[in-house]
Ligand binder design. Structure first.
Ligand code: SF4
Length: 483
């Protein structure tokens, strides 16, 4: 039998990782075990990832957020890559995908695993393309070699584009934006050039065996995700999803954990349909979605267009959200973009958890509202998702210490501050007693990610990327979401 989290769960064992997850989620360890055993949740935890602080991804648990990092052919060095890891974790990434395609991939990957408290994900296809010298030159032997090496290096989960089949390709012909997944376009080109079935599909059983040996979790790639609203929910997308459902069940036979990736670009009225269909087709395996962007018209603001879709997806049952930054479709994100992207996605994830009624999820909102209504500005900053940003904005117009106790801010001004007017009126009526009831976050039943501060991991092992200085200058990231 495989030595994986799902194998242990199926035989009734509560692992150390399950106990840790239960603590972080404020849930019963027995419930965690049950969810993992049934494939409804995954604990990506390669046995060679010793710095890992175990976490769980599943629709019954708090919604998680992934950030993508990685070098390109023109950037960067080991220290810069570790700074990127630090930045992502600092701003609250629950997992990090290393999508590097540049030089020193092994050294950087090993350093990421060595230093990262969060699960590391990769797309091994990229390294295979680089080694082969082009998409059409890949062999199944090379794919397995790269996958096994990365598994030995301690990678916790891998995107495997095994679901796009030769028979799906004609279904994309009428699309407005074709195949936009980087991995999908590589596999499609390989199939066309070689006249064979998807090589990852061909060796899927062998991949399952490698994953079972090292406890690597599948992140089944959605190669045919829509790249525009016009292509959302089309025949190609859903044909691949059906294959992903079959691949999910095959991996479970090997006692391998599975999550399934999802779109992309989807109009708001079809977001829930996507989640519900994936949950049905893939028997409840966790859904890991990229956005989705709910409109195509706002390059430069796609952290917003996608966070709207991500919040809706989280409410509908998506388990993890892959962040999108303002630079999506336009260029390499820098540190400021990572900060904005992660803030947008932490908001989406938390909003979904509040809407779904996760135990204690709203306590953070209540505590901040109480600080706001009582004009406790310092507490309001401390409780903010991004305390530095909140403090900085307040300081822009009212920098003095005396204004940190003021019963107004510069938005409405002292005369028109509605909260002050309201409180004065209630005070006159003797109705202000309710302010004495304060939310106790220490006693909250919320999961760790639904309590301040975000980015709670110990990141001392990685260099500080100058986070408090000038965001935007010192870190640039590889194209984040085009896997
Ligand atoms: S001035 Fe307006 S925005 Fe500022 S605290 Fe009062 S009500 Fe809120």
């Amino acid at each position: 039998m495989a030595n994986t989290q799902i194998a242990a769960a199926r035989e009734g064992t509560v692992t150390e990782e399950m106990k840790r997850v239960a603590e972080r989620e404020n849930r019963d360890p027995a419930f965690v075990r049950e969810q993992v055993a049934e494939g409804q949740a995954v604990i990506p935890a390669n046995r060679n990832h010793h710095a890992l602080d175990a976490m769980i991804i599943g629709s019954e648990f708090s919604t998680k957020v992934n950030a993508n990092i990685g070098n390109s052919e023109t950037t960067s060095d080991l220290e810069t890559e570790l700074e990127k890891l630090h930045t992502a974790v600092h701003y609250g990434a629950d997992t990090v995908m290393d999508l590097g395609t540049g030089s020193d991939l092994d050294e950087i990957r090993e350093a990421h695993v060595e230093h990262s408290p969060v699960p590391i994900g990769t797309v091994p296809l990229y390294e295979a393309v680089k080694q082969a010298g082009g998409p059409e030159e890949i062999t199944t032997e090379l794919l397995l070699e790269v996958i096994e090496k990365q598994a030995e290096q301690g990678v916790d989960y891998m995107t495997i584009h095994a679901g796009i089949l030769a028979e799906h390709l004609p279904l994309t012909d009428g699309r407005k934006t074709g195949i936009v997944s980087r991995g999908g376009s590589i596999v499609a080109k390989w199939m066309e050039e070689n006249g064979e079935q998807n090589p990852l599909f061909q060796v899927y059983d062998e991949i399952c065996s490698i994953f079972a040996e090292h406890d690597v979790t599948f992140s089944l790639g959605d190669s045919l995700r829509p790249g525009s609203l016009a292509d959302a929910c089309d025949e190609a997308q859903y044909a691949e999803l059906d294959t992903l459902g079959e691949l999910t069940r095959r991996a479970w036979e090997y006692d391998v954990q599975v999550m399934v990736e999802g779109p992309g670009h989807v109009p708001m009225h079809k977001v829930a349909e996507n989640v519900e269909r994936q949950q049905e087709v893939c028997d409840g395996a966790p859904f890991y979605v990229l956005g989705p962007l709910v409109t195509d018209i706002a390059p430069g603001y796609d952290h917003i267009t996608s966070a709207i879709g991500a919040a809706m997806a989280a409410q509908a049952g998506a388990a993890m959200l892959c962040y999108v930054t303002p630079k999506e479709h336009l260029g390499l994100p820098d540190e400021a973009d990572v900060r904005d992207g992660l803030a947008a996605y932490r908001i989406a994830a938390h909003s979904g958890d509040v809407a779904n009624g996760l135990p204690g999820a709203r306590d953070w909102d209540d505590a901040l509202s109480e600080a706001r209504y009582t004009f406790d500005w310092r507490e309001q900053f401390n409780l903010a998702l991004d305390p530095d940003r909140a403090r900085e904005y307040h300081d822009q117009t009212l920098p003095g210490d005396n204004y940190k106790e003021a019963r107004f801010c510069s938005m409405c001004g002292v005369e028109f501050c509605s909260m002050r007017i309201d409180q004065d009126a209630r005070d006159a009526d003797g109705e202000m007693n309710h302010l004495e009831t304060q939310t106790d976050l220490e006693a909250s039943a919320a999961a760790e990610v639904n309590l301040p501060p975000v980015g709670t991991h110990d990141t001392s092992a990685t260099p500080d990327g100058g986070l408090d200085d000038d965001p935007g200058e010192d870190v640039s990231l590889e194209t984040p979401s085009n896997d």
